[in-house]
Design a protein around this ligand. Sequence first.
Ligand code: 5RP
Length: 217
Amino acid sequence: MDQDDKKNLVAEAALEYIKNGDILGIGSGSTVNKFINLLGSVRNKIEACVSSSNTSTELLKNMNIEVIDIKDAKSIPLYIDGADEANSQKELIKGGGGALTREKILAQASDKFICIIDESKFVKKLGSFPLPIEVLQIAKSSVSLEMIKLGARPVYRDQFITDNGHIIIDVHGLNINEPMALEKEINNIPGVVTNGIFSIRSADEILIATDNGIIKK
Ligand code: 5RP
């Protein structure tokens, strides 16, 4: 099975978590795109979706699935999203696709967060994947400097503006020994909108696609 097959497999496994009348939170990325493509088969069960990115919104609308604003959702019983890395504590690094802020808002607002990944993303320690940070444009240098002080290497994501109108700095070489402490520390730097560590609100369950099928953590 290649990585694409595994993304399909895990997207399909997430379908069984949907209950009748659910408002679904929908993340972003190639794994979630596969999940969206499968939603046609359960369209009747879903009341509506709340989307984390313009791309996911467009895909959902193409599937004739209603997309509502988060403020109009009475509750979000289930949020489905991918990740760039996940550990056994169900802490994540997200933001490879740049939708981390809305994803974090949705994760926080949801009753249950199911993260769907292939096995290449399940790691012992977070941090091999560069940590995405969404930053106000005027704080590009000052936030980068703070990352250098942490011993890391900030790389400006060229030609990329988020759905919220901000830039992304991808931070290489961070030592993420304590994900929650680092998530809070980076959040406290002026100009940071969100960082891609999901530890304060981690996933509730991780579905991992392997060559031998789905593993649940
Ligand atoms: C987007 C994300 C994605 O969930 C993450 O990048 C994983 O994407 P993919 O499923 O394409 O590997 O956080 O901001």
